[in-house]
Design a protein around this ligand. Sequence first.
Ligand SMILES: Nc1nc2c(c(=O)[nH]1)N[C@H]1C(S)=C(S)[C@@H](COP(=O)(O)OP(=O)(O)OC[C@H]3O[C@@H](n4cnc5c(=O)[nH]c(N)nc54)[C@H](O)[C@@H]3O)O[C@H]1N2
Ligand SMILES: Nc1nc2c(c(=O)[nH]1)N[C@H]1C(S)=C(S)[C@@H](COP(=O)(O)OP(=O)(O)OC[C@H]3O[C@@H](n4cnc5c(=O)[nH]c(N)nc54)[C@H](O)[C@@H]3O)O[C@H]1N2
Ligand code: SF4
Ligand SMILES: [Mo]
Length: 768
Amino acid sequence: MDTQPAAENPERFTGLKLSKPKTVAAGLPAVLVSARHILAEAGALRGMKALLQLNQQNGFDCPSCAWPDPDDERSSFAEYCENGAKAVAEEATLKKLTPAFFSENSVASLAELSDHEIGRKGRIAQPMYLPAGATHYQPISWEAAFDKIAWHLNSLASPDEAIFYTSGRTSNEAAFLYQLFVREYGTNNLPDCSNMCHESSGVALGESLGIGKGSVTLDDIHQAEVILILGQNPGTNHPRMLSALQRAKKNGAVIIAINPLREAGLLHFLNPQTVNGILNIKTRLADLFLQVRINGDMALLKALALLLLEAEARQPGAVLDADFIATQTAGYDSYVQHLQQYSFTQLAADCGVPPEQIRAAAEVLQKKKKIVACWAMGLTQHKNAVDTIREVVNLLLLKGSIGKPGAGTCPVRGHSNVQGDRTMGIFEKPSPDLLRRLLEVYGFVPPQTHGYDTVASIRAMLDGQAKVFMAMGGNFLSATPDTALTARALRQCRLTVHVSTKLNRSHLVHGQEALVLPCLGRSDQDLLNGEPQFVTCENSMGVVQMSKGVLPPVSPELLSEPAIICRLARTTLGHRSRVNWLQYEQHYDHIRQDIEKVIPGFEQYNERVRRPGGFYLPNTAREGRFNTEKSGRAHFNIADTTPLLLADDEYAMMTIRSHDQFNTTVYGLDDRYRGVHNERRVIFMHEKDIARAGLQPGSVVDLVSEQDGRRRVAHKFIVVAYDIPERCTATYFPETNVLVPLGSVADKSNTPVSKLVIIKIVKDLSGF
Ligand SMILES: Nc1nc2c(c(=O)[nH]1)N[C@H]1C(S)=C(S)[C@@H](COP(=O)(O)OP(=O)(O)OC[C@H]3O[C@@H](n4cnc5c(=O)[nH]c(N)nc54)[C@H](O)[C@@H]3O)O[C@H]1N2
Ligand SMILES: Nc1nc2c(c(=O)[nH]1)N[C@H]1C(S)=C(S)[C@@H](COP(=O)(O)OP(=O)(O)OC[C@H]3O[C@@H](n4cnc5c(=O)[nH]c(N)nc54)[C@H](O)[C@@H]3O)O[C@H]1N2
Ligand code: SF4
Ligand SMILES: [Mo]
């Protein structure tokens, strides 16, 4: 056993127990687990107060995922899921980290704790400062904290030596102010979690359809005839999507799930909010489950398209939408020519799905016209992610399944406001339009050169090009790839600053000096001059809604994110600034008034967002218009398949979320649906692979990745036999981020390839 756990990735077992994987999601256990979390953290009164306002039209937006609320009826008492309840419990906790806590616990001793233990400690209650060389964080006043940041920022040789990261929980108002401050300060170094998440979707959809967002509304899902769900685990990560799928099924939809794992939430649903659910009458979800090999999606999609073309040849006019293809798309002929080089048999072999199952799926698609394709990280975090997503679009284009009711694209977003942050200008590659409007509205010339995205930021810190790192939320160290390298990058900074609600590992692996600035969360009441303020968020389907926190903050020293940015901007920019920061800090209506002037689609923002349910942003693809650069038409894309080549001792590893975490926040140690309890250091393997490698279920192994000549090791994982395609394995993120090479990124989107890490599995001789 190692004696000293590494600060960036402690390695300890917690006592694995296994049960049979579930084939049905939610039901009563989901309700009970929600109640347990909320009671343990927030107590009954505070907990109920929060839950009653969660996702209500006058309450606060769920801080967890970006799945939309129903446009029509909302349940008045429980418009949320287990995942939302856990997120609220995590934030609404009454535990707090006082100055005494930080003087009793050194940074080094805190770093020995697991992420689960760190999260349990409570809310950060006052600004904390770690001087150079110090071993403990100490309290600091807000003024002194802003002075320190301003001093560091103003002493850099160039504004481009600072990096300003954003995580997707940040509200529209805070995001807008943050990018405004950063651009007026003088850089476009605005990486965000989107760089690691749906960036590939944005690039792919922009190229194919002329808009980087999905096209469907919730109602389109309800009305769809076929729903494809690729590389997504909705039962865990977007649980209320199951209610929408249930409604679609009731209306006759056929669901085709494409995933290496038979996730419970793709198979059946027990809706705890309906009588049937309580009576244990489950809804079957996937009619067809295609157990694709990791990254076999491109081959599978091509195989489906090939079968559609064959069927169209047999019955001209009956399968494809020739009219749509002729009038709305470009590149069809070359796409067909390209496709015809492939053999169905080879494609089927490459994706690992039995040919008869692919034929069954193609038969469904042949007959139907209204198809919605949903996807998430199983598609976006691959080297060829952009091409795979464009292949999904190719399929929709063949069927004319876009820009009409019941049909279209549905990249299911992660963080609750990740889409809104982009809309507000959090992007290292701002559009010329945005920069022009900033100049017009504020009168300063924003920087024109593109900034660093997440991966480029890590490189810049490593190379000494960037010296100050600031994060508006998130957990940069643990969420990014190549943890050991990222740790070195952060440690080389002169100053790291985190605006956070809870303690996390990025506070413990820090720059020479470090600041942790505590902010209000979504559920916290934000009072300004006695008046409660609200913020706004955009969900996965482009609806902008208000969110008003209700809980008394755990400490009077917490500031809202907008207030933190305004005060930092005033301290840093002083008389140089053209922006009236003081006014923004007085009432958030002022911020929205100016967002309206800068960002298209927000006309009468203050008025429309106060209407129940908010408003939809314009969406060209939804309206059947394709603003693509080249032609104003939707584009077929041509890309080759990239079959997985592995040496005898190599495996493909995907890093996935358990049922008990929100990204790097670990709520608990159970992955209930997959039957893994009380342990996260596991590797899922096919039983034949286990035998072939001379291992047994329960063996303890080290995982080694040597993709680019650098050896990276994640120590001590327990082998779990699982129904997963051969040569494919799965582990939990963030424990195995140490293995994801910084240089392994998606073409065009630069997203870390977290779903296909090539590893070797080495028997750990130390045992456990
Ligand atoms: N409870 C909870 N909710 C969350 C989050 C959370 O951590 N916890 N995170 C939020 C965020 S930021 C995001 S981005 C989303 C993430 O939501 P998901 O994308 O659902 O999350 P992952 O666990 O990364 O799971 C990806 C799924 O893709 C499958 N997969 C992996 N590789 C492949 C592949 O090559 N092909 C196919 N077809 N499938 C593949 C995996 O088996 C898994 O089912 O969830 C959001 N909601
Ligand atoms: N290997 C691997 N790596 C991945 C992924 C993967 O699938 N595999 N997924 C990637 C994806 S999809 C994403 S989105 C990223 C996530 O990357 P991040 O967004 O950086 O990480 P989170 O874990 O969501 O951030 C959690 C922290 O946010 C802070 N926080 C919570 N609420 C608030 C708030 O209201 N305000 C502020 N200021 N702070 C708050 C808390 O301190 C908490 O510790 O990780 C990526 N990394
Ligand atoms: S589906 Fe997502 S947004 Fe909705 S309640 Fe659950 S976690 Fe929150
Ligand atoms: Mo994400």
